[in-house]
Design a protein around this ligand. Structure first.
Ligand SMILES: NC(=O)c1ccc[n+]([C@@H]2O[C@H](COP(=O)([O-])OP(=O)(O)OC[C@H]3O[C@@H](n4cnc5c(N)ncnc54)[C@H](O)[C@@H]3O)[C@@H](O)[C@H]2O)c1
Length: 255
């Protein structure tokens, strides 16, 4: 029997690297999935690959309250409830010092990474409570526990996500809702390619080598490695884990 048999999971940012790897793994463990993203084509492809019996998709912008309410309602209507929320959609923003950072980009990063996560908590927690409890995982970052040159908006947003996770863990405990954060260092996805381009314009290979060298394990992580941590936190094996920060960073923050 799969480790998520009988559970319904919503995954935001499911068109992206970590979200898609998580969806694939959760499906093999028996979960029913609602895949959420603002871009539709990759969601359709993911549902086709996973199988429409196990997954469906919905296009939603996580910054819009009505969209978030719509995706929670869709999970309840299509799959009978919500047991797990992988609150994962995020954007990087630009790589610029604070003094040069555009105000509108700062606002956009905070809107997706903080408001989007907060809205997910706000509207999914009552649905999870109706099932008698469940698990929420928010995707933070090593940038949620340390600073990073040129990434002020992203760092601020990921520190904020850790605070939201801790508060939701306290508020959700009475309803048996566990809330934790997964905090990766660079992972091989589209987002890290944006970071490479911002760090060393025109020479991604050099940027990648420099970023990988910062981790004692000397490499990027893979989306599949992050998905395995998501699986542990989503399922019942982590039944006493709540309010925790789970680093997945090749010892980066041990330095
Ligand atoms: N890749 C890394 O190195 C890394 C490291 C640490 C943390 N993270 C975090 O992991 C999470 C997943 O990122 P990823 O690496 O898979 O990157 P990705 O760019 O492949 O995926 C992010 C997804 O979020 C979606 N998204 C963005 N804004 C949205 C919105 N307003 N509404 C709905 N969907 C939206 C995008 O369309 C995309 O599919 C993010 O929160 C990111 O900050 C990534």
């Amino acid at each position: 029997m799969g480790r998520l048999e009988g559970k319904v999971a919503i995954i935001t940012g499911a068109a992206g690297g970590i979200g898609l790897a998580t969806a694939r793994l959760f499906a093999t463990e028996g979960a029913k999935l609602l895949l959420v993203d603002r871009v539709e084509a990759p969601l359709r492809e993911a549902v086709r690959e996973i199988g429409p019996g196990s997954a469906s998709h919905i296009v939603a912008d996580v910054t819009r309250p009505e969209d978030v309410q719509r995706y929670v309602a869709a999970a309840e209507e299509r799959h009978g409830g919500v047991d797990v929320l992988i609150n994962n959609a995020g954007v990087l923003g630009l790589v610029q010092p604070i003094t040069d950072y555009p105000v509108d980009v700062f606002d956009k990063v905070l809107a997706v990474n903080v408001r989007g996560v907060w809205l997910g908590l706000k509207y999914a927690m009552p649905a999870i409570a109706r099932r008698g409890g469940g698990s929420i995982v928010v995707t933070a970052s090593t940038a949620g526990v340390r600073g990073s040159l040129g990434l002020s908006a992203y760092v601020a947003s990921k520190h904020a996500v850790v605070g939201l996770m801790r508060t939701a863990a306290l508020e959700g405990a009475a309803q048996r809702i566990r809330v934790n954060s997964v905090n990766p260092s660079p992972i091989e996805t589209a987002m890290v390619h944006e970071l490479e381009a911002g760090l060393v314009p025109g020479d991604r290979a050099q940027a990648k080598a420099a970023l990988a060298a910062r981790s004692p394990l000397k490499r990027y992580g893979t989306p599949e490695e992050v998905a395995r941590l998501m699986l542990f936190l989503a399922g019942d094996e982590s039944s006493f884990c709540s309010g925790g920060i789970y680093m997945i960073d090749g010892a980066r923050t041990a330095m």
